[in-house]
Design a protein. Structure first.
Length: 279
């Protein structure tokens, strides 16, 4: 059992080291190996040294953040000029998978799946998945209500979210639709003659040429932030490693469901509240 734990820790250490070195973060890679190895050694030999090692780890975080921001700027230039090394490509691909994993755990399952599918060969130009998660959005439900009141057989709408609406409506749906999408609603009848509505949300899945996100680490320090620039991923799109595609989210609903949809509270809902308080 101890050997299995040791091997698992080694694999995790190697994964973090590879992730850092493949993104040209040499200082972070070296620091991680030294700190993680010392932490593991202290855990087995002298547990009282662990707080000291942990303190050193916390001390190094700002330096890693600075290196990360410089790395992102460098990768943006490489992506723009199509000068990624093979190791860089592996690192960016790995980062895409890591983002998908974090998104899935945080409650953003749909955008996580969309992110993952970008790097899957032979997905095709169009993907259709059955899910009613769009009902979490009041904007989507209002479009369905609009269709019902119009008495039309079929309706189509363009839909988008402002940054503010990511917190006041549903960031889960907004992120999955990727800023601008379309909602299609058709009136249908089942075998008993009961009316229902066939719904479809369509979005184009691709990384943008430029989209910057900054996360402030220390509110009082303007320099203490972590930056993410999505254009680092477009380099893999240009290489054909990431394949852009259209996705359709389809579901059926009834008018009564528009007022009774209940969303289970998860991490994404907490994040929405935090974003709302900051905005």
């Amino acid at each position: 059992m101890r050997n299995l734990i040791t091997f698992s820790i080694f694999l995790f250490q190697f994964y973090i080291f590879f992730s850092a070195i493949s993104l040209d973060m040499k200082l972070t890679a070296l620091s991680w190996i030294i700190i993680s190895s010392s932490f593991h050694f202290a855990f087995r030999k002298n547990i009282f040294k662990m707080p000291i090692i942990f303190g050193v780890f916390i001390f190094l975080i700002p330096f890693s953040a600075i290196e990360w921001n410089k790395t992102i700027e460098g990768l943006c230039e490489k992506s723009k000029n199509r000068t990624y090394t093979t190791l860089n490509k592996a690192g960016v691909y790995n980062l895409n998978l890591l983002m998908a994993g974090i998104g899935a755990v945080s409650g953003y399952r749909e955008v996580a799946l969309e992110t993952f599918l970008l790097g899957v060969p032979l997905v095709g130009k169009e993907v259709t998945i059955s899910s009613d998660f769009g009902m979490e959005s009041e904007k989507v439900r209002n479009l369905i209500r609009n269709h019902i009141s119009s008495k039309r057989k079929a309706s189509s709408y363009r839909i988008s979210w402002t940054k503010r609406e990511h917190s006041t409506d549903s960031s889960r749906v907004a992120l999955a639709i990727n800023s601008i999408g379309k909602v299609y609603v058709s009136t249908k009848y089942d075998e008993s003659g009961n009316v229902y509505y066939a719904c479809r949300m369509n979005a184009y899945i691709a990384y943008p040429e430029k989209s910057t996100t900054k996360i402030q680490i220390l509110p009082s320090a303007s320099w203490a932030y972590v930056k993410m620039e999505e254009s680092i991923f477009t380099g893999l799109q240009k290489e054909g490693i990431f394949k852009t595609y259209h996705i359709n989210w389809v579901w059926n609903t009834k008018e009564a469901d528009l007022n009774s949809y209940v969303d289970l509270i998860w991490i994404d809902d907490i994040l929405e509240k935090i974003i709302y308080l900051k905005s």
